[in-house]
Design a protein around this ligand. Structure first.
Ligand code: ATP
Length: 217
């Protein structure tokens, strides 16, 4: 990413993959134009927010005409580094880890899990799909050899910080933390926390407390 693109607000950056996926769908079905209202309905983001998000990339749409799908798509592809495959490592091949290893991330975006790590002797040396499971002892060596910048963490919560302390000393840039543990990391490492139990609990709460819950999350 260029220094200009780094100025995009975090909330906008988070929505980009959403826009990208829908634009790809439109492009594949031969659609050439899309209005912010149509986009809004499809991705469930209000059209004012979409227009503001898009304004960070310069004037990409003309009033009354809508946005050019192909142009937007190539713009977002560049912005999201879609042309470049990002390698991902996964640590902890339990139930959730196995499910993520079996999920085809490459279908929707250009990321690929290329290595998994575990401490269980029954798992080490096996493969899930095409992904080899290495011993955690080989963590630093494999991350370096494969040049992996992103880690998915699916170990038990009790092991999360210990593994993270090792990751901190490697060249990784980010951890997608699926454990309930809050991780302590230095500022040069990004952590994104996805606690599925909390997500589900708050979703149930919103469903119970709001009659129109479609846009509140
Ligand atoms: P399973 O039933 O396969 O154990 P689970 O998701 O219920 O799955 P967890 O106890 O959450 O099991 O452990 C997830 C995985 O993390 C297991 O495969 C376990 O061997 C592995 N694991 C535990 N501690 C570590 C660690 N320190 N480093 C790497 N992997 C670990």
């Amino acid at each position: 990413m260029t220094s200009d693109q780094l100025k995009i607000p975090k909330a906008t950056a988070k929505r980009l993959p959403l826009y990208y996926r829908f634009l790809q769908y439109l492009y594949n079905s031969g659609k050439q134009k899309v209005s912010s209202a149509e986009l809004s309905q499809a991705v469930k983001v209000d059209s004012a927010t979409i227009r503001r998000d898009f304004s960070y990339f310069g004037a990409l749409g003309k009033k009354g005409y809508g946005y050019n799908v192909q142009y937007l798509l190539s713009f977002f592809r560049k912005t999201l580094d879609q042309d470049e495959l990002t390698k991902v490592g996964l640590i902890g091949v339990g139930n959730l880890g196995t499910a993520l290893l079996q999920y085809n991330f490459t279908k929707n975006n250009n990321t690929k899990i290329v290595a998994a790590f575990d401490i269980s002797p029954e798992k080490i040396g096996k493969k899930i799909g095409e992904v080899p499971i290495y011993s955690l002892d080989q963590l630093e060596e494999v991350l370096e050899k494969e040049q992996i910048p992103v880690i998915i963490l699916t170990v038990p919560a009790s092991a999360a910080q210990g593994v993270t302390d090792r990751l901190i000393r490697t060249n990784i840039k980010g951890i997608l933390n699926f454990t309930p543990a809050r991780l302590t990391v230095p500022p040069n490492i990004n952590v994104h926390h996805i606690d599925l139990a909390v997500e589900l609990q708050s979703f149930v709460y919103f469903i119970k407390h709001y009659s129109d819950h479609s846009e509140k999350m």
